[in-house]
Every structure is written in C-alpha cells, then in structure tokens.
Unconditional design. Structure first.
Length: 343
C-alpha cells in the first residue's frame, strides 16, 4: 500500500496527514507540533536541522512521499498518520477493534484461534491502535528500500478481548499472565524478518537446546530484520504514552545499537534514542517477565491512561502481578495459545 494516503475513517479519527511540503517540517518525523514533546523538541529539530537539508528538499514531492534516492539513510518526506490520539482519556482509552485489519505497513491477521470474521483477540485502546498504525507507516515509508528484509507488512498479534479481558478468556483459556493484555493496554507484535513472505509472529532465532524448547533465543537471531525492527521500536518511543517494550535477550543487543545509528543518521529523531532504555530485555532470567516467550514477538505496553503522561515507566512485564513467573510456567506447560505459543 502506498504510504502517501494514510486514512483512518473507520474509527472516526481524523485522517491527519503530516504536512507534506513545508520545508524541513516534512522531513521531521515527529512534526514537532505537539506540546507533549516540548522537552525534546529542540533536540529533534537540531537533529534534522543540522543536516544538509538541500538534498532532501529537492527530492521532495508535493505529496510528501518520496523514495529514498541516496541509499539507506536518505530521509524522504513521509506523510504519516497521527502518532497520538487527541481527545479525552475516555475517548483515547476506549477499546476498539483494530481495523481496518490491513493498513499501511501492518497486517492484523487472524491468529491464535481467530478467524477473518472473528478477530476476538484484537481489541486495543484507541491510542494504542493509532500509535501502532503510526509506527508501521513510519517503517513502511522510511524503510521502504532497505535490504535485507522481506518488505512485508508487520503482523499484529494478541491485544485484548472486546470487554478488556485477556485474549482467550472468552474461550476459557486466557493466554497471558494476569495484569497483561487487559483493557487494550498491551499488544504483541511480530519482528520484522529477512526471510519468508510475511512478517507474522514466529521465532527469529534458534530456541531449542538438546531438542528441548527453551522459549527464548539460544543463539544469534537468524531471520531478524534488525534495521526495520530498530526503526519500528524507535517510532514507538516517540510517543509519551509508551511505557515499555520487551524483546528477547538476543534481539535487544542488536536493535538498540541499530536504533542509535538511525538517530545519528536523522532517520529517527534524537528523542527516540533518549528513550532507548524503554526497550528492555533480559539476557538472563531476572524475574522481570521478559526472558522467555519473546523470541517470536515483541510486547508493547502503554502507560495507564492519564491526562499527564509523565509518570516514569515500570520495567516489569506485568507491574501489578507478582504471580507472573508462575503463570508463565502454567501457560508454557499447558501449551496455551497466546503469550507462550503462537500459531
Ligand atoms: Zn504480550
């Protein structure tokens, strides 16, 4: 899908398109217009401003959509959908079905027992849905010509059920630990991949030892599209609403330095890298809940709804549940679809 036509009429959200051709604004991924970003706005602006803007200006089309013409780190003017929901916490926190199921750079395909006509595990807070659409469009446009990578849209996994319950609850098999994937706060999302023809949730690394599944990467990722994944994560960090994003312990050490490169090149605003500690992982099991079951997906969690997004993030997978390790074990042994097993 072309990335110059982001629309979102199904949810009543305004089809906001970043200004297409207003000088440097079009090359500033964050637009720099939101009060919430004031603290970092100077950094972002200088990050884009200190670059020689002439090359990109001449390449810019009126539509705001261009293709990188000078290699990996060219910065096309990208017309992106909105990053954050504007409205009251009640409005932005409303659970909505993630629709349309296919959009710019993403595919909310049916999984874990869903069907095309019954995506019962795919309800998210409106602000989370908006942010995911933004991050997916960001990769679709800015990473368009990058290699390697299969170029497919990113696959979206479990969210919440319509009433805010953990996915699987309505069929008697909640698939995630208590305190996660409730009320549309969290979403499982695939990694971008270098092999195959889609970016659905699947392991991106070897994860068995002695023939036994370890449920985490035991070796270097083999099909991880490091650069697009880093760009995707960085786009999420541009929102003040992002609490934490968890990845596998062998994915984190690859994507975080890559994200820094993207910031240094101006493909991501400096703000993303100022917040890079919000992408978290465990190389050993320290009990924070990230060590296992993130070899086939990343997990993004938003802060609780608030008018002010300032409260610091918790680094826990499930900040309000002390039973997480026990629950993860139960899900693993029971082969419950969701967090531990995806299909
Ligand atoms: Zn999750």
């Amino acid at each position: 899908m072309a990335c110059g036509s982001p629309t979102d009429t199904s949810t009543g959200d305004p089809p906001v398109v970043a200004e297409a051709d207003t000088g440097t604004a079009a090359s500033d991924p964050d637009g720099g217009t939101e009060p919430a970003d004031t603290g970092a706005a100077t950094g972002e602006d200088s990050a884009t401003g200190e670059d020689s803007a002439t090359g990109e200006d001449t390449a810019k089309a009126d539509s705001g959509m261009t293709t990188p013409e000078t290699g990996d780190d060219a910065k096309p003017g990208c017309a992106l959908p909105p990053k954050d929901c504007s409205g009251t916490p009640t409005y932005c926190g409303e659970l909505v079905p993630f629709e349309p199921v296919k959009g710019i750079g993403y595919d909310n395909y049916p999984l874990n027992g869903e069907t095309l006509s019954n995506q019962y595990r795919s309800y998210a807070r409106r602000d989370l849905m908006i942010l995911v659409k933004y991050a997916a469009a960001y990769v679709e446009c800015y990473g368009k010509s990058w290699t390697p990578g299969n170029g497919a849209p990113i696959g979206l996994g479990d969210m919440s059920e319509k009433n805010g319950a953990i996915p699987g609850t309505s069929v008697g098999s909640p698939g995630h630990p208590a305190g996660t994937h409730t009320n549309g706060n969290d979403m499982d999302i695939a990694y971008f991949q270098t092999a195959g023809t889609n970016n659905y949730l699947r392991a991106v690394c070897p994860h068995t030892s002695g023939g036994v599944d370890q449920y985490h990467c035991v070796g270097a990722p083999t099909i991880l599209d490091v650069k697009r994944t880093a760009l995707f994560l960085g786009a999420f960090l541009l929102s003040d609403r992002t609490r934490i994003i968890g990845v596998d312990g062998k994915v984190g050490p690859l994507v975080i330095p890559e994200m820094q490169k993207l910031c240094d090149a101006g493909t991501l605003p400096k703000l993303a890298c100022d917040r890079k500690s919000m992408v978290t992982y465990e190389t050993t099991d320290t009990g924070r809940g990230w060590y296992k079951f993130h070899h086939h997906h990343l997990h993004i969690s938003l802060k609780k709804l608030a008018a002010d997004w300032s409260p610091g993030p918790s680094e826990m997978f499930s900040p309000e549940s002390s039973a997480t390790p026990f629950e993860l074990e139960r899900l693993e042994h029971g082969h419950v679809l969701g967090h531990a097993h995806v299909e």
